[in-house]
Ligand binder design. Structure first.
Ligand SMILES: Nc1ncnc2c1ncn2[C@@H]1O[C@H](COP(=O)(O)OP(=O)(O)O)[C@@H](O)[C@H]1O
Ligand SMILES: [Mg+2]
Length: 344
């Protein structure tokens, strides 16, 4: 492949060191993705610069103008501490006519908004759990149409913030308590959904116009389900000791029927298109015993760490890590934002 000038943009506190000798696993975990992507791009022979982004655009603007990167590799998931602002950075790159990797601003805006995602998918008749939004600052009113058990989460936070066993509620009193907990601790609206009891399966998608789906990847909650509900809390997702203790792991989903595999792949592509996503994404589903498939969440620019679900499911079909990173770069280079269609 041609040697490219690649500007890797990361959170200002997650700029990886050039050399990881002497670092502990816990230290590395902080900026593992950034390090994996940076070192892979360098090993592929590209000319890489890393830029930490805090709450200023000046350096970004100047580097894009002066260095003229072929592509910006986007690993940001917030701007100035505000998660929903990350798509403005991508929009800013587009205004500068600067190619970038991953999702476009419209797809980011739609997919990061859990409620809007559900509303769009309802129009496409794609199942997501029945829900109601409890706005922050509004008085609690009993939901009439939802059936317990319910699941309470933040409407806007991600990374399982505010999610624990107490998120599953069986009656009005605990529902009210948990909604207030979300309002008070996270200061966001609370999204209340019907709890979908079933297998948790993730499907990766790569592409802009022609889409590739990766094999369904299942979260195996191990022994956790002997004592409590299998849900992806923060500990389940990131606490290594906890994962080992309970035998929690992810891997290729076993014994799915051909029909289930097809439904997952078909729905994944339909959702990706309905939400105007580009680059790559990971769609989180729950499969119920009755065969119904529900989308829990569409993640644009999902975690790209080596060994994590997205990269592992790609490796499972022969796309090794450098090949995956290269595909993501190429998808960024070939994405057609509006300024390009006018240019053509
Ligand atoms: N309606 C639901 N039914 C069952 N489990 C759910 C539901 N919503 C969320 N969960 C559980 O909580 C986890 C995190 O929820 P998610 O909506 O993906 O939020 P986040 O953005 O924090 O990842 C899911 O992976 C799943 O295990
Ligand atoms: Mg999730």
């Amino acid at each position: 492949m041609k040697k490219l000038r690649i500007l890797l943009i990361v959170h200002e506190q997650l700029v990886p060191p050039d050399d990881i000798t002497g670092k502990t696993e816990a230290e590395i975990d902080e900026w593992r993705t950034e390090y994996n992507v940076m070192s892979t791009l360098i090993n592929l022979g590209h000319n890489v610069r890393v830029l930490g982004i805090g709450d200023r655009l000046k350096e970004l603007r100047e580097t894009v103008r002066d260095w003229q990167p072929h592509i910006v590799f986007n690993l940001l998931d917030e701007f100035s501490g505000i998660v929903s602002y990350d798509h403005y950075i991508v929009a800013y790159l587009e205004l500068m006519r600067q190619p970038y990797t991953g999702c476009n601003p419209r797809g980011m805006m739609l997919s990061r908004d859990k409620v809007l995602t559900k509303q769009v998918l309802a129009w496409h008749r794609i199942d997501t759990p029945a829900f109601r939004l409890f706005a922050h600052g509004k008085r609690f009113r009993e939901p009439k149409r939802l059936r317990f058990p319910l699941f309470v989460k933040s409407a806007t936070e991600d990374a399982s913030l505010g999610i624990s066993q107490a998120s599953i509620v069986d009656d009005m009193t605990s529902l009210k308590e948990r909604v207030e907990f979300i309002h008070e601790t996270l200061q966001t609206d609370a999204l209340v959904e019907e709890y979908i009891d079933g297998r948790e399966v993730y499907v990766g998608v790569l592409g802009n116009t022609r889409l590739t789906t990766l094999p369904p990847w299942e979260m195996d909650f191990g022994t956790l389900t002997d004592v409590q509900a299998g849900i992806a809390t923060r500990k389940v997702k990131w606490d290594r000791n906890y994962q080992v203790k309970h035998g929690i792991s992810t891997g290729a989903a076993k014994s799915l029927s051909a029909e289930q595999e097809q439904t997952l792949a078909k729905n994944a592509k339909r959702i990706y298109r309905a939400l105007h996503m580009s680059g790559f994404a990971r769609l989180d589903f729950r499969l119920r015993d009755d065969g119904r498939v529900f989308l829990l969440e569409a993640n644009c620019n999902p975690d790209l760490s080596y060994g994590e679900d997205f990269a592992e499911s790609a490796a499972n079909v022969g796309i090794n890590y450098p090949a995956l990173i290269t595909r993501i770069v190429n998808l960024g280079l070939s994405y057609m934002p509006e300024w390009r269609t006018f240019e053509a």
